[in-house]
Ligand binder design. Sequence first.
Ligand code: RP5
Length: 166
Amino acid sequence: MEIQEPEDRAGEGEAEVATAEMPKVEEAFEEIDVDAPLVGIIMGSANDKPTMQPAGEALHEAGIRYEVRVMSAHRAPDQVRDYCENARMRGLRAIIAGAGMSAALPGFAASHTDLPVIGVPIAGKNLGGLDALLSAVQMPPGVPVGCVAIDGAKNAGLLAARIINA
Ligand code: RP5
């Protein structure tokens, strides 16, 4: 019995170290997983926010984390490029891109990521959103952009949710 006591203590000690350290590691990984958004909602102007809000609401109702960023393809192309190039590495799995007028944002975003990009054409003052619609749906072969209806942000959120849950 006297010989076994040190062995038992050694075993218990190792177990104590292991159980003391494991929760910290698990918590660290949980924090990364839990907080990371899965969908990025980007738009060309802060003025697009009210139109794009239903996309966030649809994702929220589906329990899918998302983030919102305002970035213009023509006013801040470097920012859009960097965001899209890093999107997959950051854990995003889909991007929703809303923009009005000639609306390069969805196609420009899709050219800088291999994640699915869902375009939301936003109605402008002059052409009722037809310009933005055509900019998204008429993307040349090789750079796909999914496209919902003009001002159809709700469906963009629902479609992103289906992509995430597929
Ligand atoms: C696009 O041009 C935006 O997406 C917006 O819909 C449109 C007009 O932009 P603002 O003049 O409202 O900033 O870039």
